[in-house]
Design a binder for this molecule. Structure first.
Ligand SMILES: C[S@@+](CC[C@H](N)C(=O)[O-])C[C@H]1O[C@@H](n2cnc3c(N)ncnc32)[C@H](O)[C@@H]1O
Length: 296
């Protein structure tokens, strides 16, 4: 499930007019906090944990005999970055990047002791300016690219930053059909983040092709997080409920001030919306290899 608490204030102000038309406001902050913190879901993406684990295996295998750095863009509170770091060979390290300072602080305090893993607060562009000499051999973005101002710019910047033979993986939340109604688009953005721009898998694949990446693969999975069978495989219902019960009484900062009743209602609303419309959503995996040498 897409998220990004830092985007809330801005989203609420800038998109209110569009949202008003559909009688909804951006509920991103609660969606993120409720699903990740209250439900105890690790990371927040439309893919199952198995799918993400497989992606980490792909990037680890590709970089096995190399020396360099992998960037995890939009790493959130770092649980995925940490899992990835544990799979990498000793000459490869990973840097998690996120614009949400509180997520980065959480990531640093949870995982600071681990070799080959560090975190950077800011955007990819800011990181690049400060670290242009680093040998970047992989870039991965899990459930992030739909929040970036422009996906093609993100793909282009990634292409510029990557070394020759570098691997690029984008795993975003997508609409399955380009014919998706404007109403559903707006409702989705209001639940997930008003600054979002979701695409179709085909569109993203074409973007990567235009930039000259090779060995491109584009796969589209179901919205796995909202498939109750998959969800209950990743997180037992007992675990979800017990976490929910415990955490509704010790709310994280962004939820303080709300009642447990409100949290329960919001949780049910989020699940009801996504389960009802799940045939419209997909979890894409776009992979490409940069083949041309980085121009110095
Ligand atoms: C849905 S969460 C995904 C977190 C993590 N990748 C995961 O799989 O659980 C999206 C993350 O992207 C971050 N984000 C949004 N825009 C960003 C940007 N321009 N640069 C870096 N991170 C960004 C948000 O702060 C949020 O932590």
């Amino acid at each position: 499930m897409p998220c990004g608490t830092v985007l809330i204030a801005k989203s609420l102000n800038t998109t209110k007019t569009t949202m008003d038309k559909y009688n909804s406001t951006c509920e991103l902050v609660n969606t993120y906090e409720i699903l990740e913190h209250i439900m105890g879901i690790e990371g927040l993406h439309p893919h199952s944990l198995t799918t993400i684990n497989n992606l980490f295996n792909v990037i680890a295998k590709h970089t096995k005999d190399q020396i360099g750095i992998i960037l995890d863009i939009g790493c959130g509170s770092g649980s995925g970055t940490h899992k990835l770091a544990k799979k990498l060979s000793e000459n490869v390290s990973v840097i998690g990047i996120d614009i949400n300072e509180s997520s980065i602080n959480k990531a640093k305090s949870n995982y600071s002791e681990i070799d080959g893993l560090s975190f950077y607060h800011g955007t990819l562009e800011a990181f690049q300016k400060e670290n242009s000499e680093m040998n970047i051999i992989g870039i991965i973005a899990v459930s992030v690219s739909m929040f970036l101002p422009n996906t093609i710019d993100f793909y282009r910047t990634s292409e510029e930053i990557l070394s020759e033979n570098g691997i690029f993986i984008d795993a975003p939340f997508v609409f399955k059909f380009s014919s998706v109604s404007e109403k559903l688009k707006h409702k989705t953005y209001s639940v997930c983040g008003c600054n979002m721009k979701m695409e179709t898998t085909e569109h993203l694949k074409n973007n990567l092709q235009k930039l000259g990446f090779t060995n491109i693969t584009a796969e589209e999975k179901e919205f796995e997080l909202m498939d109750l069978k998959t969800l209950s495989k990743d997180y037992t219902i007992r675990q979800l409920l017990s976490n929910f019960r415990r955490k509704t009484f010790t709310l994280p900062a962004p939820l303080k001030g709300h009642t447990s009743w409100y949290i329960l209602r919001r949780t049910l609303n989020i699940f009801a919306f996504f389960i009802r419309n799940r045939s419209q959503f997909g979890a894409a995996i776009i992979i490409g290899i940069k083949t041309v040498a980085k121009s110095k």
